[in-house]
Design a protein around this ligand. Sequence first.
Ligand code: UDP
Length: 243
Amino acid sequence: MHKNKVKILNVNFDNLKRKEILNSLEKKIITGKKTFVVTANPEIVMYAEKDPTYLSIVNNADYVIADGIGVVVGSKLINNPLPERIAGYDLMCDLLAKGNEQGWSAFFLGTKKETIEKAINNIKTNYPQLEIVGWHDGYFNWEKSDIKEEILSKKPDLIFVALGFPKQEKWISQNIQAFDKGFFMGVGGSFDVIAGEVKRAPLIWQKLNLEWLYRLIKQPSRWKRMLVLPLFLIEVLKTKVRK
Ligand code: UDP
């Protein structure tokens, strides 16, 4: 395997820091090179174990980044440490800021109609030089909708897709081949955060790598989803023992 990849269970992560990936992405966006980024957390890695189609979508993306401290801990357990957690939300904000500097264009697909409208207003305020070419909520009929055509006609530099996993990655992989250029990334609940409907953990919690705990306290309904964290670490340890 490429030395810049770290395999955790079956997902191949890129061994890059946030600044490094941002630099590479900037070059690709400026030269119009089509790019697909997956931000994978332990839930996604575990899900991919059971869904080979999804696993191949993830591993065929241009970059897979570690969006979860669990993934970083896992990489240390197998003595192949990833340098840091890169939250999908942070990478999205980095790109919106770059887009604001460079006058890039962007399309936003996902979340509920009222929420995406609020998010768009906040993006307009915070990134006034970014050209917002369109947006659409995430509750549409895949077979019947002409969203792909709408986005294609606008030729955005950046396409953020917030349908939650695995939907967002599946939507991107089904549609990306029609595009000549564009940066694509699934961003989960990030539009809900930009809209102010979901709060991210305060910085100190993030720095202490406790964002998952903050989320658990704020959205206790997610506790079942989080049970996957210890299971993930156990699976990673098993691969180490097998070796
Ligand atoms: N969502 C959507 N369409 C769907 C299902 C989900 O737009 O068919 C949105 C949902 O409103 C939410 C986001 O996708 O804004 C999922 O957020 P979550 O934090 O659950 O992301 P995940 O952790 O699953 O990536």
